[in-house]
Design a protein around this ligand. Structure first.
Ligand code: DAH
Length: 367
C-alpha cells in the first residue's frame, strides 16, 4: 500500500506539472494505459487471497479514479489556457480606424433603400415585407388581376411549379411586383395603414435598364376619407426630398393598373441633353412611378370594406432611382459583384441617411 501512496503523489505531481496535452497523454498511458503502472498493480491482484484482494482492489480503484479526475481537470485547464492564448494573439483593436483602401462600401441599392425608408419613415410609414416566392393569389388575383386577365401579359412572369398540383393556376411565381405586399399587409393589419414595402422582384427581361431580378418599393395608405390629393401631396414631398431639391416640377398622366382606379404615372421635370440628364426644372419629363387610388376589389380581397375605407398606392423601381440619382448608366453592372464598381459607386458605411442628418449629403465614395 505504501507504493500506492508514492505512485499517487508522483502521478498527481506530474499531472500538475504537465505543460501541454501531449505530456498529459503520456502520463495517462504510463499509469492507466494497457501497460501502465496502475494497470499492472491491478493485474497483480490476481495473486492475492480474496480478503487481500478486496482491500487492495478498493485502494487501487480509488487511485484510478483520483488520477482520472486529476487528468480531466488538468486537461480542461490546459485547453482553456490554450484558447486564452489564441484569443490574445488574435486580438483585433476594433477602435482602430479602417484603412480607406480596405473599407467596404454600401451598394447603391442599399443606399436608396435607406433613403426611401428615411423619407417615408419621417412621414409615419412603416416598412412591411413579404416573401419573394408568392402564390398567384397575392401577386395577381387579389390585385384585381385574375387568370387570363390581359394585364397579366404586362409582366414577364417566372412561374414555379407547385409539387402538389398539376393545375397551372396553383403554380407559384417569383413575385413580379411588390404590390403583393399590399395584400399581405391588409391580411394582417387593420386601417389606418401606412406602409412601404421595399424588396426584390423578378421578370424575364434583360438589357441596359432591365435585369431579371430588380428592386421595387411599394407604398400603401388606407384610411377614412383618403383622396387623390393625399396621394399627390405625399409623392410630391417624396420626390423633392429624394432628389434633394427645393423645387421640382411634377405632373401626373392618366394610366392603367388593374389594382388602382383611377391610375396615374408621375413624371418629374428634367433637362435632357445628348450627354447629360439633369433632374429639376427643364423642358423634358421623366417617368418616375406608377400610382393610383386602391381599387375597391383590392380592398375587398384584403378584407377591408371599400364603402368605409379608401386608399392610395404607388410603386417604383429602386434600381432606376439609383441610376437616376447617382448617374449609373447600366443596370446590369449593379449585380455583377465587381469590387471596382462598388468602390466607385458605393457609399461609406457610416454615412447613414436621415432627414435631419442628410440623405446623401455626405456623398458617395466616388463623389
Ligand atoms: N406594380 C406596378 C408595376 O410593377 C407598379 C405600381 C403601379 C404599383 C401603381 C402600385 C400602383 O402600387 O398603385 O408596374
Amino acid at each position: 500500500m505504501e507504493n500506492i501512496e508514492t505512485l499517487k503523489s508522483q502521478t498527481l505531481a506530474a499531472v500538475a506539472a504537465a505543460a501541454d496535452l501531449k505530456a498529459l497523454e503520456e502520463i495517462r498511458v504510463a499509469t492507466l494505459g494497457k501497460k501502465g503502472s496502475v494497470t499492472e498493480l491491478m493485474k497483480g491482484l490476481a495473486a492475492l487471497t480474496p480478503e487481500e484482494k478486496k482491500e487492495a482492489g478498493k485502494g487501487l480503484n480509488v487511485l484510478k479514479t483520483e488520477i482520472e479526475a486529476a487528468l480531466d481537470a488538468r486537461r480542461a485547464a490546459l485547453a482553456e489556457a490554450e484558447l486564452n492564448a489564441k484569443l490574445v494573439s488574435e486580438k483585433v483593436d476594433v477602435t482602430l480606424p479602417v484603412r480607406p483602401e480596405n473599407q467596404g462600401r454600401i451598394h447603391p441599392v442599399s443606399k436608396i433603400y435607406e433613403e426611401v425608408a428615411a423619407i417615408f419613415g419621417e412621414m409615419g410609414f412603416e416598412v412591411a415585407e413579404g416573401p419573394d416566392i408568392e402564390d398567384q393569389f397575392h401577386n395577381f388575383n387579389a390585385l384585381n388581376t385574375p387568370a387570363n386577365h390581359p394585364a397579366r401579359q404586362m409582366q414577364d412572369t417566372f412561374y414555379i411549379p407547385n409539387p402538389e398540383s398539376d393545375n397551372f393556376d396553383d403554380s407559384y411565381v417569383v413575385r413580379t411586383q411588390t404590390s403583393a405586399v399590399q395584400i399581405r399587409t391588409m391580411e394582417t393589419k387593420r386601417p389606418p395603414i401606412r406602409i412601404i414595402a421595399p424588396g426584390r422582384t423578378y421578370r424575364s427581361d434583360y438589357d441596359a435598364t432591365h435585369t431579371p431580378m430588380f428592386h421595387q418599393v411599394e407604398g400603401l395608405v388606407i384610411d377614412k376619407n383618403i383622396t387623390m390629393a393625399h396621394l399627390k401631396g405625399c409623392l410630391y414631398d417624396f420626390v423633392k426630398a429624394f432628389f434633394e431639391l427645393d423645387e421640382l416640377p411634377v405632373r401626373y398622366r392618366p394610366s392603367y393598373f388593374p389594382f388602382t382606379e383611377p391610375s396615374a404615372e408621375m413624371d418629374i421635370g428634367c433637362k435632357k441633353t445628348k450627354t447629360e440628364l439633369k433632374i429639376g426644372a427643364g423642358n423634358d419629363w421623366l417617368e418616375i412611378l406608377g400610382c393610383g387610388m386602391v381599387h375597391p376589389n383590392v380592398l375587398r380581397a384584403g378584407g377591408i370594406d371599400p364603402d368605409e375605407y379608401q386608399g392610395f398606392a404607388f410603386g417604383m423601381g429602386m434600381d432606376r432611382l439609383a441610376m437616376l440619382k447617382y448617374g449609373i448608366p447600366d443596370l446590369r453592372t449593379f449585380f455583377e459583384s465587381d469590387v471596382r464598381w462598388l468602390k466607385h459607386y458605393g457609399f461609406v458605411p457610416l454615412d447613414t441617411s436621415s432627414m435631419t442628418g442628410g440623405l446623401s449629403n455626405n456623398g458617395g465614395a466616388a463623389r
